[in-house]
Design a protein around this ligand. Structure first.
Ligand code: PLP
Length: 407
Protein backbone atom coordinates (compact mmCIF):
# COMPACT_ATOMS: atom_id res chain seq x y z
CA UNK A 1 0.00 0.00 0.00
CA UNK A 2 1.39 3.42 -0.99
CA UNK A 3 1.59 6.32 1.44
CA UNK A 4 -1.35 8.13 -0.11
CA UNK A 5 -3.56 5.06 -0.58
CA UNK A 6 -5.21 5.56 2.78
CA UNK A 7 -6.98 8.60 1.29
CA UNK A 8 -8.88 6.25 -0.99
CA UNK A 9 -12.28 7.77 -0.10
CA UNK A 10 -11.07 11.25 -0.97
CA UNK A 11 -9.50 10.01 -4.22
CA UNK A 12 -12.91 8.72 -5.33
CA UNK A 13 -14.60 12.06 -4.53
CA UNK A 14 -11.77 13.94 -6.20
CA UNK A 15 -12.13 11.89 -9.40
CA UNK A 16 -15.90 12.45 -9.47
CA UNK A 17 -15.41 16.18 -8.92
CA UNK A 18 -12.79 16.46 -11.67
CA UNK A 19 -15.12 14.62 -14.06
CA UNK A 20 -17.56 17.56 -13.77
CA UNK A 21 -14.92 19.77 -15.40
CA UNK A 22 -14.30 22.27 -12.58
CA UNK A 23 -12.56 21.68 -9.30
CA UNK A 24 -14.22 23.65 -6.48
CA UNK A 25 -11.19 23.07 -4.28
CA UNK A 26 -8.71 24.44 -6.82
CA UNK A 27 -10.30 27.71 -7.93
CA UNK A 28 -7.93 30.19 -9.50
CA UNK A 29 -8.64 33.87 -8.95
CA UNK A 30 -6.97 35.17 -12.10
CA UNK A 31 -7.28 38.73 -10.92
CA UNK A 32 -8.90 40.14 -7.81
CA UNK A 33 -10.73 43.31 -8.80
CA UNK A 34 -12.15 44.45 -5.47
CA UNK A 35 -13.46 43.12 -2.15
CA UNK A 36 -16.46 41.70 -4.00
CA UNK A 37 -15.29 40.84 -7.52
CA UNK A 38 -12.58 38.75 -9.18
CA UNK A 39 -11.84 37.28 -12.60
CA UNK A 40 -12.38 33.52 -12.55
CA UNK A 41 -12.25 31.45 -15.79
CA UNK A 42 -12.01 34.75 -17.69
CA UNK A 43 -15.31 35.89 -16.21
CA UNK A 44 -16.04 38.76 -13.83
CA UNK A 45 -17.35 36.97 -10.77
CA UNK A 46 -19.17 38.16 -7.67
CA UNK A 47 -17.46 36.94 -4.49
CA UNK A 48 -19.96 35.64 -1.95
CA UNK A 49 -17.77 33.05 -0.28
CA UNK A 50 -14.73 34.90 1.02
CA UNK A 51 -15.62 35.92 4.62
CA UNK A 52 -14.81 39.54 3.73
CA UNK A 53 -17.50 40.69 6.13
CA UNK A 54 -16.73 44.42 6.15
CA UNK A 55 -15.14 44.41 2.69
CA UNK A 56 -11.94 45.94 4.06
CA UNK A 57 -9.40 44.09 1.85
CA UNK A 58 -9.23 47.03 -0.55
CA UNK A 59 -9.69 49.84 1.95
CA UNK A 60 -7.24 52.53 0.87
CA UNK A 61 -6.21 53.48 4.40
CA UNK A 62 -5.42 49.83 5.27
CA UNK A 63 -3.41 49.46 2.05
CA UNK A 64 -1.52 52.69 2.78
CA UNK A 65 -0.76 51.60 6.35
CA UNK A 66 0.55 48.24 5.09
CA UNK A 67 2.72 49.85 2.37
CA UNK A 68 4.16 52.34 4.81
CA UNK A 69 5.03 49.58 7.30
CA UNK A 70 6.66 47.44 4.60
CA UNK A 71 8.75 50.42 3.48
CA UNK A 72 9.91 51.22 7.00
CA UNK A 73 10.13 47.73 8.59
CA UNK A 74 10.47 45.34 5.67
CA UNK A 75 8.40 42.54 4.20
CA UNK A 76 8.73 39.98 6.99
CA UNK A 77 9.99 39.34 10.51
CA UNK A 78 11.80 36.15 9.40
CA UNK A 79 11.24 34.40 12.70
CA UNK A 80 9.23 34.04 15.85
CA UNK A 81 8.89 36.73 18.47
CA UNK A 82 10.77 34.73 21.09
CA UNK A 83 13.80 34.55 18.77
CA UNK A 84 13.61 37.67 16.60
CA UNK A 85 11.87 39.95 19.07
CA UNK A 86 8.55 41.80 18.88
CA UNK A 87 8.20 44.79 16.59
CA UNK A 88 6.59 47.83 18.21
CA UNK A 89 3.52 47.28 16.02
CA UNK A 90 2.94 43.76 17.44
CA UNK A 91 2.90 45.22 20.93
CA UNK A 92 0.70 48.17 19.95
CA UNK A 93 -1.83 45.87 18.27
CA UNK A 94 -1.94 43.66 21.36
CA UNK A 95 -2.52 46.72 23.55
CA UNK A 96 -5.26 48.01 21.24
CA UNK A 97 -7.05 44.64 21.12
CA UNK A 98 -6.87 44.22 24.90
CA UNK A 99 -8.33 47.72 25.32
CA UNK A 100 -11.02 47.02 22.73
CA UNK A 101 -12.25 44.06 24.79
CA UNK A 102 -11.58 45.67 28.18
CA UNK A 103 -9.20 42.78 29.01
CA UNK A 104 -5.74 42.98 30.53
CA UNK A 105 -3.83 40.73 28.14
CA UNK A 106 -3.63 39.92 24.46
CA UNK A 107 -1.44 37.63 22.37
CA UNK A 108 -1.33 37.97 18.62
CA UNK A 109 -0.75 34.86 16.49
CA UNK A 110 0.18 34.46 12.84
CA UNK A 111 -3.22 32.91 12.06
CA UNK A 112 -6.48 32.31 13.91
CA UNK A 113 -5.94 28.59 13.36
CA UNK A 114 -2.68 28.82 15.32
CA UNK A 115 -4.36 30.85 18.07
CA UNK A 116 -6.94 28.12 18.70
CA UNK A 117 -4.47 25.30 18.21
CA UNK A 118 -1.91 26.77 20.59
CA UNK A 119 -4.03 28.36 23.30
CA UNK A 120 -6.51 25.50 23.69
CA UNK A 121 -3.91 22.73 23.69
CA UNK A 122 -1.64 24.58 26.11
CA UNK A 123 -4.20 25.81 28.65
CA UNK A 124 -5.14 22.30 29.70
CA UNK A 125 -2.78 19.53 30.81
CA UNK A 126 -2.89 15.81 31.64
CA UNK A 127 -4.97 16.32 34.79
CA UNK A 128 -7.57 18.52 33.09
CA UNK A 129 -10.72 18.20 30.97
CA UNK A 130 -11.32 19.89 27.64
CA UNK A 131 -15.00 20.11 26.70
CA UNK A 132 -15.82 20.97 23.10
CA UNK A 133 -18.96 21.43 21.00
CA UNK A 134 -19.38 18.56 18.50
CA UNK A 135 -19.48 21.02 15.56
CA UNK A 136 -16.23 22.78 16.48
CA UNK A 137 -13.94 24.22 13.83
CA UNK A 138 -11.00 22.13 12.59
CA UNK A 139 -8.54 24.34 14.52
CA UNK A 140 -10.27 23.30 17.76
CA UNK A 141 -10.29 19.64 16.75
CA UNK A 142 -6.59 19.90 15.95
CA UNK A 143 -5.97 21.36 19.42
CA UNK A 144 -7.70 18.23 20.71
CA UNK A 145 -5.05 16.14 18.94
CA UNK A 146 -2.26 18.11 20.64
CA UNK A 147 -3.60 18.38 24.16
CA UNK A 148 -2.82 15.99 26.96
CA UNK A 149 -6.14 16.70 28.66
CA UNK A 150 -9.07 14.30 28.57
CA UNK A 151 -11.43 15.45 25.84
CA UNK A 152 -15.21 15.40 26.24
CA UNK A 153 -17.60 16.33 23.41
CA UNK A 154 -21.09 17.67 23.97
CA UNK A 155 -23.99 18.04 21.51
CA UNK A 156 -23.86 21.09 19.27
CA UNK A 157 -25.34 24.21 20.85
CA UNK A 158 -26.88 22.20 23.68
CA UNK A 159 -26.21 23.58 27.19
CA UNK A 160 -28.04 20.62 28.79
CA UNK A 161 -25.66 18.22 27.06
CA UNK A 162 -22.69 20.22 28.39
CA UNK A 163 -24.23 20.22 31.86
CA UNK A 164 -24.72 16.44 31.79
CA UNK A 165 -21.06 15.95 30.94
CA UNK A 166 -19.80 18.36 33.57
CA UNK A 167 -22.03 16.70 36.15
CA UNK A 168 -20.67 13.29 35.18
CA UNK A 169 -17.13 14.51 35.85
CA UNK A 170 -18.25 15.01 39.44
CA UNK A 171 -15.49 15.98 41.79
CA UNK A 172 -12.63 14.52 39.75
CA UNK A 173 -9.61 16.77 40.21
CA UNK A 174 -8.47 19.00 37.33
CA UNK A 175 -9.61 22.14 35.55
CA UNK A 176 -12.45 22.17 33.06
CA UNK A 177 -12.10 24.29 29.91
CA UNK A 178 -15.20 24.68 27.74
CA UNK A 179 -14.62 25.80 24.14
CA UNK A 180 -17.42 27.45 22.17
CA UNK A 181 -17.79 29.49 19.00
CA UNK A 182 -19.82 32.71 18.81
CA UNK A 183 -21.13 31.95 15.31
CA UNK A 184 -20.51 28.56 13.72
CA UNK A 185 -18.73 28.65 10.41
CA UNK A 186 -20.71 26.08 8.44
CA UNK A 187 -24.35 26.88 9.23
CA UNK A 188 -23.99 30.44 10.51
CA UNK A 189 -25.87 29.62 13.72
CA UNK A 190 -24.94 31.34 16.98
CA UNK A 191 -24.32 29.66 20.32
CA UNK A 192 -26.80 30.00 23.22
CA UNK A 193 -23.90 31.62 25.01
CA UNK A 194 -25.71 33.03 28.03
CA UNK A 195 -27.04 29.58 28.89
CA UNK A 196 -23.65 27.95 28.28
CA UNK A 197 -21.91 30.50 30.52
CA UNK A 198 -24.47 29.89 33.29
CA UNK A 199 -23.68 26.15 33.16
CA UNK A 200 -19.93 26.84 33.20
CA UNK A 201 -20.31 29.11 36.23
CA UNK A 202 -22.33 26.48 38.07
CA UNK A 203 -19.58 23.90 37.57
CA UNK A 204 -16.59 26.24 37.92
CA UNK A 205 -15.46 25.70 34.33
CA UNK A 206 -13.33 28.11 32.33
CA UNK A 207 -14.86 29.40 29.09
CA UNK A 208 -13.08 30.10 25.80
CA UNK A 209 -15.11 31.60 22.95
CA UNK A 210 -13.90 31.75 19.36
CA UNK A 211 -15.43 34.89 17.84
CA UNK A 212 -13.97 34.34 14.35
CA UNK A 213 -17.32 34.94 12.63
CA UNK A 214 -18.74 37.46 15.08
CA UNK A 215 -15.99 40.05 15.55
CA UNK A 216 -17.37 43.38 14.37
CA UNK A 217 -20.76 41.90 13.56
CA UNK A 218 -22.33 41.43 16.98
CA UNK A 219 -22.49 43.57 20.10
CA UNK A 220 -22.92 47.35 20.41
CA UNK A 221 -19.19 47.82 19.88
CA UNK A 222 -18.62 44.83 17.61
CA UNK A 223 -16.89 42.76 20.28
CA UNK A 224 -18.90 39.72 19.24
CA UNK A 225 -21.53 37.45 20.74
CA UNK A 226 -19.96 37.73 24.22
CA UNK A 227 -20.77 41.43 24.18
CA UNK A 228 -24.15 41.01 22.49
CA UNK A 229 -25.46 38.71 25.23
CA UNK A 230 -23.67 40.48 28.11
CA UNK A 231 -21.11 37.81 29.12
CA UNK A 232 -17.88 39.45 28.02
CA UNK A 233 -16.50 39.57 31.53
CA UNK A 234 -17.57 35.96 32.25
CA UNK A 235 -15.59 34.58 29.30
CA UNK A 236 -12.04 33.82 30.40
CA UNK A 237 -10.53 33.66 26.91
CA UNK A 238 -11.70 35.18 23.65
CA UNK A 239 -10.05 34.05 20.44
CA UNK A 240 -10.51 35.69 17.06
CA UNK A 241 -9.07 36.10 13.61
CA UNK A 242 -7.92 38.97 11.41
CA UNK A 243 -8.76 36.99 8.28
CA UNK A 244 -12.45 37.79 8.08
CA UNK A 245 -13.92 41.10 9.33
CA UNK A 246 -10.51 42.79 9.44
CA UNK A 247 -9.56 41.72 5.91
CA UNK A 248 -6.00 40.51 6.59
CA UNK A 249 -4.47 37.46 8.27
CA UNK A 250 -3.64 36.58 11.87
CA UNK A 251 -5.29 35.65 15.13
CA UNK A 252 -5.44 36.68 18.78
CA UNK A 253 -6.47 35.68 22.24
CA UNK A 254 -7.49 38.17 24.96
CA UNK A 255 -7.90 37.38 28.63
CA UNK A 256 -7.85 38.73 32.17
CA UNK A 257 -6.10 35.66 33.59
CA UNK A 258 -3.21 37.05 35.69
CA UNK A 259 -0.52 34.67 34.39
CA UNK A 260 -1.68 34.75 30.79
CA UNK A 261 1.72 35.81 29.43
CA UNK A 262 3.23 32.45 30.40
CA UNK A 263 1.61 31.23 27.18
CA UNK A 264 4.27 33.18 25.26
CA UNK A 265 6.89 30.67 26.36
CA UNK A 266 4.72 27.56 26.40
CA UNK A 267 2.53 27.74 23.28
CA UNK A 268 4.18 25.94 20.40
CA UNK A 269 2.14 27.59 17.62
CA UNK A 270 3.36 30.97 18.93
CA UNK A 271 6.95 30.02 19.67
CA UNK A 272 7.89 27.94 16.66
CA UNK A 273 6.58 29.96 13.74
CA UNK A 274 7.37 33.36 12.25
CA UNK A 275 5.38 36.28 13.62
CA UNK A 276 3.04 38.37 11.46
CA UNK A 277 4.71 40.65 8.94
CA UNK A 278 4.81 44.43 9.54
CA UNK A 279 2.47 45.09 6.61
CA UNK A 280 -0.14 42.70 7.97
CA UNK A 281 -0.01 44.11 11.48
CA UNK A 282 -0.26 47.70 10.22
CA UNK A 283 -3.29 46.94 8.06
CA UNK A 284 -4.98 45.12 10.95
CA UNK A 285 -4.41 48.08 13.28
CA UNK A 286 -5.99 50.37 10.70
CA UNK A 287 -8.91 47.97 10.12
CA UNK A 288 -9.51 47.84 13.87
CA UNK A 289 -9.66 51.63 13.89
CA UNK A 290 -12.20 51.60 11.04
CA UNK A 291 -14.22 48.94 12.85
CA UNK A 292 -14.39 51.15 15.94
CA UNK A 293 -15.25 54.31 14.00
CA UNK A 294 -17.63 52.95 11.35
CA UNK A 295 -18.84 49.79 13.12
CA UNK A 296 -22.51 50.76 13.46
CA UNK A 297 -22.82 51.68 9.78
CA UNK A 298 -20.96 48.55 8.58
CA UNK A 299 -22.97 46.32 10.91
CA UNK A 300 -26.24 47.74 9.60
CA UNK A 301 -25.12 47.16 6.02
CA UNK A 302 -24.05 43.57 6.54
CA UNK A 303 -27.14 42.56 8.51
CA UNK A 304 -29.39 44.21 5.89
CA UNK A 305 -27.51 42.19 3.27
CA UNK A 306 -27.88 38.98 5.28
CA UNK A 307 -31.64 39.59 5.43
CA UNK A 308 -31.83 40.21 1.66
CA UNK A 309 -30.02 36.96 0.85
CA UNK A 310 -31.47 34.73 3.56
CA UNK A 311 -35.09 35.90 3.25
CA UNK A 312 -34.89 35.92 -0.55
CA UNK A 313 -33.67 32.32 -0.68
CA UNK A 314 -36.13 31.20 2.00
CA UNK A 315 -39.01 32.73 0.02
CA UNK A 316 -38.03 30.52 -2.93
CA UNK A 317 -38.20 27.44 -0.72
CA UNK A 318 -34.50 26.74 -0.17
CA UNK A 319 -33.63 24.90 3.02
CA UNK A 320 -31.20 27.14 4.94
CA UNK A 321 -29.23 27.30 8.17
CA UNK A 322 -31.38 27.92 11.26
CA UNK A 323 -31.04 31.71 11.59
CA UNK A 324 -29.78 34.90 10.00
CA UNK A 325 -25.98 34.89 10.18
CA UNK A 326 -23.00 36.19 8.22
CA UNK A 327 -22.82 32.71 6.74
CA UNK A 328 -25.95 31.70 4.83
CA UNK A 329 -25.84 27.95 4.30
CA UNK A 330 -28.01 26.36 1.61
CA UNK A 331 -28.74 22.66 2.19
CA UNK A 332 -28.56 20.38 -0.83
CA UNK A 333 -29.46 16.70 -0.95
CA UNK A 334 -26.03 15.19 -1.74
CA UNK A 335 -22.42 16.14 -2.59
CA UNK A 336 -22.75 15.84 -6.37
CA UNK A 337 -25.90 18.00 -6.49
CA UNK A 338 -24.09 20.56 -4.34
CA UNK A 339 -21.08 20.53 -6.67
CA UNK A 340 -23.32 20.74 -9.76
CA UNK A 341 -25.22 23.67 -8.24
CA UNK A 342 -21.97 25.37 -7.29
CA UNK A 343 -20.64 24.94 -10.83
CA UNK A 344 -23.78 26.43 -12.44
CA UNK A 345 -23.57 29.35 -10.05
CA UNK A 346 -19.93 29.93 -10.98
CA UNK A 347 -20.83 29.82 -14.67
CA UNK A 348 -23.40 32.50 -13.91
CA UNK A 349 -20.63 34.64 -12.38
CA UNK A 350 -21.22 34.02 -8.67
CA UNK A 351 -18.68 32.40 -6.37
CA UNK A 352 -19.68 30.72 -3.11
CA UNK A 353 -18.12 27.82 -1.19
CA UNK A 354 -19.27 24.26 -1.64
CA UNK A 355 -18.72 22.12 1.42
CA UNK A 356 -19.33 18.40 1.52
CA UNK A 357 -18.59 15.53 3.91
CA UNK A 358 -16.27 14.92 5.71
CA UNK A 359 -15.83 18.70 6.21
CA UNK A 360 -19.44 19.30 7.31
CA UNK A 361 -21.44 18.53 10.45
CA UNK A 362 -23.90 15.61 10.10
CA UNK A 363 -22.60 14.82 6.60
CA UNK A 364 -24.47 17.78 5.14
CA UNK A 365 -23.87 18.99 1.59
CA UNK A 366 -23.91 22.77 1.60
CA UNK A 367 -23.43 25.87 -0.45
CA UNK A 368 -21.87 28.26 2.00
CA UNK A 369 -22.44 31.91 1.16
CA UNK A 370 -20.60 34.50 3.25
CA UNK A 371 -22.15 37.94 3.10
CA UNK A 372 -20.22 41.21 2.91
CA UNK A 373 -21.20 44.75 3.82
CA UNK A 374 -19.56 45.72 0.52
CA UNK A 375 -22.11 43.82 -1.59
CA UNK A 376 -25.03 45.85 -2.90
CA UNK A 377 -28.66 44.92 -2.37
CA UNK A 378 -29.08 44.65 -6.15
CA UNK A 379 -26.17 42.19 -6.41
CA UNK A 380 -27.72 40.00 -3.72
CA UNK A 381 -31.21 40.17 -5.24
CA UNK A 382 -29.70 39.14 -8.59
CA UNK A 383 -27.93 36.24 -6.82
CA UNK A 384 -31.21 35.08 -5.26
CA UNK A 385 -32.89 34.99 -8.68
CA UNK A 386 -29.96 33.13 -10.27
CA UNK A 387 -29.99 30.58 -7.45
CA UNK A 388 -33.75 30.14 -7.76
CA UNK A 389 -33.34 29.42 -11.48
CA UNK A 390 -30.64 26.80 -10.85
CA UNK A 391 -32.60 25.37 -7.91
CA UNK A 392 -35.67 24.81 -10.09
CA UNK A 393 -33.56 23.30 -12.85
CA UNK A 394 -31.93 20.85 -10.43
CA UNK A 395 -35.29 20.25 -8.73
CA UNK A 396 -34.06 21.19 -5.28
CA UNK A 397 -36.87 23.75 -4.99
CA UNK A 398 -40.28 23.88 -6.63
CA UNK A 399 -43.05 21.27 -6.94
CA UNK A 400 -40.71 18.31 -7.68
CA UNK A 401 -38.66 19.01 -4.55
CA UNK A 402 -41.82 19.43 -2.45
CA UNK A 403 -43.22 16.12 -3.73
CA UNK A 404 -39.91 14.35 -2.96
CA UNK A 405 -39.87 15.86 0.56
CA UNK A 406 -43.45 14.71 1.18
CA UNK A 407 -42.67 11.08 0.25
C1 PLP B 1 -14.49 29.33 13.70
C2 PLP B 1 -13.13 29.56 13.13
N1 PLP B 1 -12.09 29.62 13.97
C3 PLP B 1 -10.83 29.81 13.51
C4 PLP B 1 -10.58 29.97 12.17
C5 PLP B 1 -9.16 30.13 11.70
O1 PLP B 1 -8.93 31.43 11.29
P1 PLP B 1 -7.69 31.82 10.37
O2 PLP B 1 -8.23 31.95 8.98
O3 PLP B 1 -7.24 33.12 10.92
O4 PLP B 1 -6.67 30.76 10.50
C6 PLP B 1 -11.63 29.94 11.27
C7 PLP B 1 -11.37 30.12 9.82
O5 PLP B 1 -11.92 29.52 8.98
C8 PLP B 1 -12.95 29.72 11.75
O6 PLP B 1 -13.98 29.65 10.91
Amino acid sequence: MGLLDRHVGLHALNREVHATGVNPFGIRMERVLSATEAMIDGRKTLLVGTNNYFGLTFDQSCIDAACEAIRSEGTGTTGSRICNGSYSQHLLLEKELAEFYGKKHCMVFTTGYQANLGVISTLVGPEDFLLIDADSHASIYDAVKQTQAEVVRFRHNDPSSLEARLRRLGDKPGNRLVVLEGVYSMLGDSAPLKEFVAVCKKYGAYVLVDEAHSLGLLGDNGRGLCEAVGVLQDCHFIVGTFSKTLGAIGGYCVSNEPDFDILRISTRSYMFTASSSPGTIASVRQALKIMKEKGPELRKRIWDNVATLYDGLAAHGFKLGPEHGPVVAVHLPDPMTAIGFWRSLLEAGIYVNVVVPPATPNNLSLLRCSVSAALSREQLKHMVEVMAGIGRQLKVIGPAAQAAAAE
